[in-house]
Design a binder for this molecule. Structure first.
Ligand code: ADP
Length: 628
């Protein structure tokens, strides 16, 4: 603060993203305009939380002004609405960086997702968390007066902007610690001067805030304030006294969103460990669900004192969509992320919360299948990761999975493993599935032709990564989950005696052909054999039971890793006319070319890229020429 230049009034430009956000806010967000109040109260509450936390080690921060609260006041003459807190406050530098830039991770992602469609974008803004800048939804000009706890009265800051691309900051004298935000309301936002309207909004949006929100008493000449909200944290109250609407509002303030939660679970654990948790399943995925550094986890409190956002240690990664709070009576107040990582107590809470979240999903699936379908659509792909990530909870996870199958249409995923098992063929004892590069590719994968012909249902998965996930599924209710592209199909009693006889005689007859194809293909395959998987296609590539599957191989290759170098097995269909031709009339040169085409077709059908597409095209064209 010694540099006199920084003491004077400065005019600074907003970061480009902020300018864009402000523009959107002002032009796209007309519905739910009142959310600005929730956002500003929530910031004030965060600021109070932070002060309380810092005061643990610096008690002098609280000195003289110990009752933390939030004050809201409207001035009809000046057309201003003022929101004040006595929380942590901001220094001049804080104001410049916090109220001029967006520090949040995923900002770039957010801007990429904006479509220009106002309806969609305004939803996205809601999800992004409009925060402080939402003040400009209703205000043409905003002034912020703030003094950081620990700084002297002369080190206050006044920030001001009319959202025209720039803001000013100047150092001012402020008597009190904390932040005061003055909104100079737009003409069409005067409804927010109305005391009755304000009170009902505060009650609706902020009843669960852990600080009193005070407003001037009605009809009093002298300025006296009264609390208009309850001022107790929601999760502290007994379950049976909390209305559903209150849970929903609390969720909205947690998620900054306008969306409703699908379900929630509020629990108090007492005894050896003492903590309260309130966890929610949102109805829509956040825009950063697939981002590694996206926010996740719970808000952590210790004995009502806010400790941190996004405490990711309390839930596994595959439950990163769960939102909520955890309030522990046992953790030390000075707990840090590092300490959380190595703590047995945390481990035990994580196990309990994981179970609770999975049970909550199980209940939703059972009692409200329609809602569960919505959940699966948004978060199924994330939840599925749990199979690989969380061995201990596999039995809870498996019943939660939903699939497309050869019995369903389009891309709907609503077949559960229980549905599948319930309608298995007599004699069938495996659950078959296939993973393709897309759902359509899985549906027409040659490897399942034979199963379809036998009227055996096959679960269809359309993302490479599913191969990895499903590898961990192994079995459900004693039935093995079987990848239709690997190892023997293990048809068991599904194969009729006639089937068996036919395949044995075919095997004998085909032996010389198999040998020739094997020679023609050289190192490309490990083996060539007669298939019981095929019906219409000439050939299919399969992996050995213990080799990694083709899609998984491609995942590893795409990630720059060298997969183990197991070669695929080529299975051919002796009934196919191309294969028949190959075994009969083809001469030596033609044989090699045709064998290659058969192999390359099989590669294409499983979604692989040909090593030499040009050569394939030439071979095909030569074949055409011969036909002509
Ligand atoms: P977010 O709250 O999601 O971080 P905001 O845009 O709402 O985003 O606020 C940006 C930052 O400005 C906050 O992280 C905080 O550091 C600061 N801030 C906003 N309001 C206050 C306040 N009332 N007191 C202290 N700091 C605040």
């Amino acid at each position: 603060m010694s540099n006199p230049e920084t003491q004077t009034k400065q005019t600074l430009g907003f970061q480009a993203e902020v300018r864009e956000l402000l523009r959107l806010m002002i032009h796209s967000l007309y519905s739910h305009r009142e959310i600005f109040l929730r956002e500003l109260i929530s910031n004030a509450s965060d600021a109070n939380d932070k002060l309380r936390f810092e005061a643990l080690s610096r008690p002098e921060f609280l000195a003289g002004d110990t009752e933390l609260a939030i004050w809201i006041e409207a001035d009809a003459d000046k057309k201003t609405l003022t929101i004040r807190d006595n929380g942590i406050g901001m220094s001049r530098e804080d104001a410049i960086s916090h109220l001029g830039t967006i520090a949040r991770s995923g900002t770039a992602e957010f801007f990429k997702k904006l479509s220009g469609d106002q309806q969609k974008d305004s939803q996205l803004i809601g999800q992004f968390g409009v925060g402080f800048y939402s003040a400009f939804i209703v205000a043409e000009r905003v002034e912020v007066f703030s003094r950081r706890a620990g700084l002297a009265a002369g080190e206050g800051v006044r920030w001001e902007s009319a959202a025209d691309g720039q803001f000013t900051v100047e150092t001012v004298e402020l008597e009190k610690r904390g932040t005061t935000i003055v909104l100079h309301l737009k003409d069409d936002a005067k409804e927010f001067l109305d005391s009755w309207r304000l009170r009902s909004l505060v009650r609706r949006y902020s009843d669960h805030i852990a600080f009193p929100v005070r407003m001037p008493k009605e009809g009093e000449a002298t300025l006296e304030y009264e609390a208009v909200n309850r001022g107790t944290a929601l999760w502290v109250r007994p379950k049976n006294e909390i209305k559903d609407e209150e849970y929903v509002e609390f969720f909205k303030s947690l998620s900054h969103g306008t969306g409703e939660p699908l379900t929630w679970s509020h629990n108090r654990v007492e005894g050896k460990r003492d903590y309260t948790s309130l966890i929610y399943i949102p109805s829509t995925a956040p825009y950063d669900l697939w981002q590694r550094d996206g926010a996740r986890g719970l808000k952590l409190y210790v004995r009502r004192v806010f400790i941190m956002d996004d405490a990711e240690q309390f839930l596994p990664l595959y439950l990163r969509f769960v939102k909520g709070v955890l309030d522990s009576a046992d953790l030390p107040l000075n707990v840090s992320r590092e300490l959380l990582q190595a703590d047995d107590e945390v481990e035990a809470m994580r196990a309990a919360l994981t179970k609770r979240a999975l049970d909550m999903l199980g209940k939703l699936a059972k009692d409200e299948p329609e809602k569960y379908r919505g959940f699966w659509k948004e978060f199924g792909a994330v939840l599925k990761e749990g199979l690989a990530e969380d061995y201990a909870n596999r039995d809870k996870l498996l019943p939660l999975l939903r699939f497309s199958s050869t019995r369903t249409e389009g891309d709907a995923e609503d077949v559960s493993l229980a549905d599948y098992v319930g309608r298995m063929q007599t004699g069938q004892d495996k659950i078959y599935y296939v993973v393709g590069e897309s759902l359509a590719a899985a549906r027409s994968h040659p490897a399942i032709e034979g199963l379809k012909a036998r009227n055996v249902e096959v679960l269809l998965l359309g993302r490479r990564i599913d191969a990895w996930v499903m590898d961990h599924a192994q079995e459900f209710e004693g039935k093995k989950l079987k990848d239709a592209t690997r190892g023997d199909l293990e048809l068991g009693d599904l194969a009729s005696p006639a089937d068996k006889e036919k395949s044995e005689s075919q095997l004998k007859q085909s032996e010389p052909l198999l040998k020739r194809v094997r020679e023609a293909l050289g190192e490309r395959v490990s083996e060539v054999r007669v298939s019981n998987r095929l019906k219409d296609s000439a050939a299919v590539l399969v992996a050995d039971e213990h080799d990694i599957s083709a899609p998984l191989r491609r995942v590893l290759e795409a990630a720059g890793q060298a997969p183990p170098s197991g070669k695929p097995v080529l299975e051919i269909n002796p009934d196919h006319h191309l294969v028949k031709y190959l075994g009969g009339r083809a001469d030596e040169g033609e044989f090699r070319e045709l064998a290659l085409v058969v192999y390359e077709q099989a590669l294409l059908a499983e979604g692989a890229q040909l090593p030499d597409p040009g050569a394939f095209v030439q071979r095909l064209n030569q074949l055409w020429a011969r036909l002509g």
